[in-house]
Design a protein around this ligand. Structure first.
Ligand SMILES: [Zn+2]
Length: 281
């Protein structure tokens, strides 16, 4: 794919991006690593451990002091480069909590990076300073339980919580639909002017976009309820009914998303499970 891999692109004063060469059905053109700051920098979502990407980051940093290497979450397309980059720059890893999850069964989201070992875990609202300006952690569980966004001036670096090209994969057990919806709501209470996601273009109408995302999920929930009200069905049959003409590469992801909705509905007492079939209560 033709995309600006390994190039430093200045997006606005204090925010630049380097695209990693890991395109896929789930990463779009690849993971976008952000450099926040001018005289010194924080590196956000260092990305996959590809030597040419780590080289490109080192060149982009250009000898400036790296205040922190920060990960939004620990999927393998986001955090593995944190280790080699820390070795090259001497910078500490400050960001999301580590998360080990057994990868049993089919996964639609990326596997977890079990080697991620942060020096400091940021709680919701915690800040660190780059060039004397705060970078603030905004806890946004849902895509994963340890997901953080990072706020810098009027911008929010949204990781995989809100993406500019696709809806976010919410895949149980670590992905949680109720948490994800609450985390969308949390963004609606903020007045960020622009989102820079880890995948896809910037979002320049954050409020409207988040409202659209929440509406999309609520519609999907209603649709799933309607389907299992007719008859008790297993997840694959619900996927066929809810996603006609789905790209086969996305079947597992859609199954995870349907399951995430069903688990949320079950918690709210609206559906129940009998063996592998789901029905309304
Ligand atoms: Zn992810």
């Amino acid at each position: 794919m033709d995309a600006p891999y390994a190039k430093l692109e200045q997006l606005q004063p204090g925010i630049a991006r380097v695209l990693a060469h890991n395109p896929s059905a789930f990463t779009y053109y690849g993971t976008q690593t952000y450099l926040v700051g001018t005289g010194e920098v924080a590196v956000i979502d260092p990305g996959p451990d590809l030597p040419e990407h780590v080289d490109a980051l080192e060149e982009a940093i250009g000898g400036r002091r790296v205040v922190a290497i920060m990960c939004t979450h620990t999927h393998r397309d986001h955090s593995p480069a944190s280790q080699p980059l820390a070795e090259r720059t001497g910078a500490p890893l400050i960001g999301c909590a580590p998360l080990a999850l057994e990868t049993v069964g089919p996964r639609a989201d990326a596997a977890f990076d079990g080697d991620y070992a942060p020096d400091v875990v940021l709680e919701d609202g915690a800040t660190l300073e780059v060039d004397g300006k705060p970078v603030t952690a905004v806890a946004t569980p849902g895509h994963t339980s340890n997901h953080l966004c990072f706020a810098y001036e009027a911008a929010l670096l949204t990781g995989d919580h809100v993406m500019g090209w696709s809806t976010t994969v919410v895949f149980p057990p670590d992905g949680d639909m109720a948490a994800y919806m609450q985390s969308l709501d949390k963004l609606r209470q903020r007045d960020d002017r622009i989102y820079y996601p880890a995948h896809g273009p910037p979002v320049t109408n954050p409020r409207q976009y988040v409202r659209h995302l929440a509406g999309h999920r609520m519609q999907r929930e209603k649709q799933i309820l309607g389907i299992v009200r007719q008859q008790a069905l297993a997840v694959p049959d619900i996927v066929s009914a809810a996603y006609p003409g789905l790209d086969p590469r996305l079947t597992t992801a859609a199954g995870g998303s349907v399951l995430a909705h069903l688990l949320d509905l079950q918690r709210r007492g609206l559906v129940e499970q009998q063996q592998d079939r789901w029905k309304t209560v």
